[in-house]
Each structure stands twice: as structure tokens, then as C-alpha cells.
Design a protein around this ligand. Structure first.
Ligand SMILES: NC(=O)c1ccc[n+]([C@@H]2O[C@H](COP(=O)([O-])OP(=O)(O)OC[C@H]3O[C@@H](n4cnc5c(N)ncnc54)[C@H](OP(=O)(O)O)[C@@H]3O)[C@@H](O)[C@H]2O)c1
Length: 269
């Protein structure tokens, strides 16, 4: 297949890194375009790809186009390329907040997919939400097969995409923030910085591995907790604090921003 990425930013880097652990660059002809040259040169030095600063040239004859640009850049890029897209091409947008129907209208094109990856796809341990418009099952399966090596792919209704963004695409950053605060506390309570970083990292990665084995979170907490012990004291503080309300507001703000992005482009045809 001829696969084109427009935008050589953080997400395209993550896709390329994850896909470089597979036969992707041997099996497919990959072209990437970007405004500035530096990021293209860096990618070209790492992977077997063609690069260009011309978006139209990038997508010529492409079977699959990945629009890996910011939501704010999407409309103008679409205006530039839309008349050069082949009828059977699958167009993938990564843009948070821009809906399938907005993409369809702007592109005047049928086969559209929205993918919402997280940066862990670079390590092949990511997650990608997928929602589609006017694609056959075969076309959806083609895209899933291509990107499956990057992590779990969840096919979801578009109405749930913004909640997914809060839980995962953006949510991975919320977990990083928790790790930062955990580490700060460990240092404040006396651990050396290097030990603090290491033990907190272990707590998060060990917890996430344990969660792989069961969805019963209370059971896992019970395994660490004994009556009148240390853990229950801490858990009680967490349960009686504002934690749930803070996370609720975090999700709400993320979802609200995604809706706002979508609404801000509502008038564009
Ligand atoms: N980062 C994440 O964790 C994440 C997660 C899920 C979804 N997404 C989505 O993925 C998309 C890309 O995000 P990102 O984090 O990769 O953004 P990014 O790092 O800012 O990359 C965007 C790239 O697009 C290039 N660009 C801007 N205008 C262009 C144009 N007219 N033609 C060609 N290239 C152009 C920029 O080039 P210059 O820098 O040279 O101007 C930049 O390299 C966004 O829509 C975002 O919502 C991101």
C-alpha cells in the first residue's frame, strides 16, 4: 500500500517508532510531509520513508492518508489536498474533537476513520480508539491489521470518543501527573530523589501489571490492606478526600474542550 502521513510531529514519530518494530516500512511505501524540514530529515534518517514539504505530492496515489496535524491545522490542509485524493483512499484523522461528519464535509470524501492513539504506541503498548464512516468491514480490518502491532484497538461509537480521549488519549498524561505528584510526596517524606523515582515507577508499573490479571480493583486493594494497618489509613484519606471530584473535573474539562474544538469549526463547509 501507499501510505501517507501529513504532519511529522509527536504522533507521527510515535507511529513510526512503533511500526519500525514490524515489517511496516518493508511492506508499504510510506511518504511523510511536514511544514518544516528538520522533523522530516530526522524521520528519514531513522526509517525507510520518502519525505516532502508538499502535502499534495505526499498524498498523490495514496491508498491510506493519515492526517497527523493539529485540529486547528486540519481545515486548511484539507482544502489543499482534497481534490487530489483518490475515491477509494481511506482518510484517517487523528485530530481530537473534529468529528467524522466534519471531516466528510470538508474533504467531500466518503471513507473516513478517526483514530485516537496514545503516545505509548511508540513502545507497541499503546491503545487506539477507532470510529469510522462509510468504510466496509474489509477496509476497517485493513486499518486494524496495519496498526494492531501498536497496541489494543477499540472500535467505538463516535459519541463515546471524547470520553475515550479523557480516559486514554489525554488520560495517559493524567497518569504521568499522578506519578509526578507521588514522586514529589516520596521526596518530601524523606526518600532520595533517585530512589523516589524508582520506587514510584515500580508502584505504578506493578499495579498496572496486577490489573492485567483482574478487573476486581477492590480485591487488589484488599490484598494490600489489613485491619488497623498502614494502607487502610492512606486509603481512608483518599476515599474521604476530593480525589473523585478532582478526577471528575479533569475528565469534564477534557471532554468539554473536545466539544468546544468541534463546535468552533461547525460553520465551515
Ligand atoms: N500527542 C498526542 O498524545 C496525541 C494523542 C491523540 C491524538 N493526537 C492528535 O494527533 C494530531 C497530531 O498531534 P501531535 O501531537 O503529533 O502534534 P504536533 O507534534 O504539533 O505535530 C503536528 C505537525 O504538523 C505539522 N504541520 C502543521 N501545519 C502543517 C501543514 N499545513 N502541512 C503539513 N504539516 C503541518 C507541524 O509542523 P511544524 O512543527 O514544522 O510546523 C508539526 O510537525 C493532533 O490532531 C492531535 O489532536 C495527539
Amino acid at each position: 500500500m501507499k501510505i501517507s502521513f501529513i504532519g511529522a510531529g509527536k504522533m507521527t514519530h510515535a507511529f513510526c517508532e512503533g511500526l519500525s518494530h514490524t515489517d511496516f516500512f518493508n511492506d508499504h511505501q510510506v511518504t511523510i510531509s511536514n511544514t518544516s524540514l528538520g522533523k522530516l530529515e530526522e524521520l528519514k534518517s531513522l526509517y525507510s520513508i520518502t519525505v516532502t514539504q508538499n502535502n499534495v505530492e505526499c498524498i498523490e496515489q495514496a491508498d491510506l492518508i493519515v492526517l497527523a496535524i493539529k485540529p486547528q491545522q486540519l481545515y486548511s490542509v484539507v482544502q489543499e489536498i482534497k481534490s487530489s485524493i483518490k475515491e477509494n483512499t481511506i482518510v484517517i484523522s487523528l485530530a481530537a474533537g473534529i468529528t467524522l461528519s466534519q471531516c466528510e464535509r470538508w474533504l467531500n470524501h466518503k471513507r473516513i476513520i478517526r483514530l485516537m492513539p496514545n503516545t505509548a504506541i511508540a513502545r507497541n503498548s499503546g491503545a487506539i480508539a477507532c470510529t469510522t464512516l462509510n468504510c466496509t468491514q474489509e477496509e476497517i480490518d485493513t486499518v486494524i491489521d496495519l496498526f494492531q502491532p501498536l497496541g489494543n484497538i477499540y472500535v467505538i461509537d463516535e459519541a463515546k470518543m471524547n470520553a475515550y480521549i479523557a480516559a486514554n488519549g489525554s488520560g495517559i498524561a493524567f497518569v504521568y501527573e499522578l506519578i509526578r505528584v507521588f514522586t514529589k510526596q516520596a521526596i518530601e517524606f524523606g526518600l532520595d530523589e533517585s530512589i523516589a523515582q524508582s520506587v514510584v515507577q515500580n508502584a505504578f508499573s506493578a499495579a498496572s501489571q496486577m490489573v492485567d490479571d483482574t478487573t476486581d480493583i477492590q480485591l487488589l486493594i484488599d490484598q494490600v490492606t489489613s485491619k488497623a494497618g498502614t494502607t487502610i489509613e492512606g486509603i481512608n484519606v483518599l476515599r474521604h478526600s476530593e480525589l473523585e471530584s478532582i478526577l471528575h473535573r479533569t475528565f469534564d474539562a477534557t471532554i468539554h474542550r473536545a466539544e468546544e474544538i468541534s463546535q468552533s469549526y461547525e460553520g465551515l463547509e
